[in-house]
Design a protein around this ligand. Structure first.
Ligand code: HEC
Ligand code: HEC
Ligand code: HEC
Length: 148
């Protein structure tokens, strides 16, 4: 497969390598999704495919999530032309997408923070910080019960 070599590059010199093991361990790899399920403008019987492909449309399979995204602060900012606002892949990744219960939280806080700008300066250190984490919610329940 053209993308298996770690040093595989397209004509423009950009890496086109896809780590099969990483993809295999992702939620989509586990389900044995084919490359062409996401890269829908590639057809296995018309190879090589054009260098430039359309962006993957998560909405083909995740209509609900895409609808919800449109109403979030990131979706609204994007629509208004803010190119720094997080997209699906900024938070979830591409070929290594994990279940929502898994390492996505770690990924978001670790790698996906946009560079500090006046727009991001007001952000909490983690986007999750504004949500009550399961544990602290449990703790505060315990605390209020204890007070009573
Ligand atoms: C769950 C959907 C999904 C599947 C399945 C998938 N990809 Fe991708 N791929 C993406 C996304 C998202 C990007 C980022 C660019 C974009 O948004 O279109 C991408 C980007 C790429 C790129 C550009 C370089 C890069 O890494 O950004 C290559 C090459 C590629 N994919 C090859 C493959 C191959 C080969 C397979 C099958 C082994 C595959 N993809 C399966 C979603 C997918
Ligand atoms: C700002 C980061 C961020 C962006 C942008 C984002 N997500 Fe998510 N997504 C999350 C987090 C975090 C969760 C886990 C939900 C939780 O723990 O409350 C999640 C959960 C999910 C889930 C599983 C739960 C569900 O609601 O079905 C899917 C599917 C999903 N996202 C798809 C998408 C798609 C498709 C996009 C783009 C339209 C997107 N996400 C954009 C952070 C993000
Ligand atoms: C060809 C269909 C298809 C495409 C395109 C696709 N996915 Fe998925 N995705 C699935 C299926 C099927 C599952 C498993 C759903 C389940 O088990 O609940 C899944 C699971 C997920 C999950 C984990 C959901 C959970 O409940 O934890 C996330 C997150 C996710 N996808 C994000 C994305 C993002 C982001 C994109 C676009 C880059 C994308 N997917 C593109 C089919 C697809």
């Amino acid at each position: 497969m053209c993308h298996a070599a770690a040093d595989a590059k397209g004509a423009g010199g950009k890496s086109i390598a896809v780590d099969g093991a990483k993809f295999g361990a992702s939620v989509h790899g586990e389900l044995k999704l084919k490359c062409t399920d996401c890269h829908a403008d590639v057809s296995a019987d018309r190879l090589p495919h054009p260098e430039k492909l359309k962006p993957v449309n998560c909405a083909t399979c995740h209509e609900k999530a895409v609808k919800e995204y449109a109403g979030t602060v990131h979706g609204v900012a994007r629509k208004g032309g803010n190119a720094v606002a997080a997209t699906c892949t900024d938070c979830h990744g591409t070929h290594d997408i994990a279940r929502a219960k898994g390492p996505i939280r770690a990924r978001i806080t670790r790698t996906s923070r946009p560079p500090a700008t006046s727009a991001t300066a007001a952000m909490p250190s983690s986007p999750r910080a504004s949500f009550p984490a399961a544990t602290s919610a449990a703790n505060s329940t315990t605390a209020s019960t204890a007070k009573r």
